[in-house]
Design a protein. Structure first.
Length: 274
């Protein structure tokens, strides 16, 4: 039995683009956990990475429960995906088993790495949504972490905390530009420019996707059209075959009549000769 839910992480069958997205987010999560564990970070950078890691874990948790709700056999789903739920628990310091959860995340990554080489062209809409999800999380993570590292400790800088860095990254990528928080260093300005360009491209892709949803035919509608076209071709072929069989029967009847007439003529000729 295989779960056909595109949001779930299947152990059998062809994985969906959302599984690729979860694999990439798992890779990002593992990197964040390794940096938090072995890196020499100041308190604000550590808090920022903790917030990002918790957000990614919430995405994993939502993905797990969506798959559980849509699964036909709940017990089968839980039995084969319990590790996804365990790996979705954030590495909270109060949990003594935090390191075990981090190891399970690595196992999750290894288990999902089978989804790397898969044909995603037939599922373009799902692939687009999955790519947007990964891109949004990645851009927000890199932008907030780098801007906090660059700006913190600089004289006159107003981006000093994890919350301020996340808010700045979110406002900048959306190109809203409230101006309450802004970089003051040259490196910060360069990072801000890159984030703005990324945000414009990001929302341009979203606009194109939304337009394709309303303009382009749905996958189900496309399949129905293909099935209707195949049925039409099949009916035309059957009609052509029926006509050919009918013509062949007529030719056989005409041939039989000609043979009968030839036999009659032969008999008449033989009678006259005698």
């Amino acid at each position: 039995m295989t779960d056909k839910n595109p949001w779930s992480l299947r152990t059998l069958g062809t994985p969906s683009p959302f599984e690729m997205a979860m694999m990439l987010l798992s890779l990002l999560s593992v990197i964040i956990v390794l940096v938090m564990t072995f890196g020499r970070l100041d308190s604000e950078t550590y808090r920022l990475l903790f917030f990002v890691d918790t957000s990614i874990c919430m995405i994993f948790m939502i993905n797990f429960f969506i798959g559980l709700v849509r699964a036909r056999d709940k017990r089968f789903f839980i039995r084969h995906h319990w590790i996804d739920f365990i790996a979705s628990i954030p590495a909270i310091e109060a949990l003594r088993m935090a390191r075990l959860f981090q190891i399970l995340r690595v196992i999750r990554l290894i288990r999902m790495s089978r989804s790397l080489l898969l044909p995603l062209i037939k599922q373009r809409k799902q692939a687009t949504l999955a790519s947007l999800l990964v891109a949004m999380v990645t851009i927000l993570t890199l932008a907030s972490v780098i801007i906090l590292i660059v700006e913190s400790g600089t004289e006159g800088a107003n981006i000093q905390t994890a919350e301020q860095a996340i808010w700045w990254a979110l406002v900048t990528i959306s190109t809203v530009g409230y101006g309450d928080y802004y970089p003051v260093t040259t490196a910060g300005h360069i990072i801000g420019g890159i984030v703005i360009v990324s945000g414009v491209s990001f929302f341009g892709v979203i606009s194109g996707y939304m337009a394709s949803v309303f303009v382009a035919p749905d996958e189900t509608e496309r399949q129905e059209r293909q099935e209707a076209h195949k049925a039409e071709i099949k009916s035309e072929l059957e009609l052509a075959l029926a006509r050919m069989e009918e013509n062949q029967q007529k030719m056989e009847q005409n041939q039989a009549q000609m043979l009968a007439k030839i036999a009659e003529l032969k008999q008449v000729i033989e009678t006259r000769n005698n």
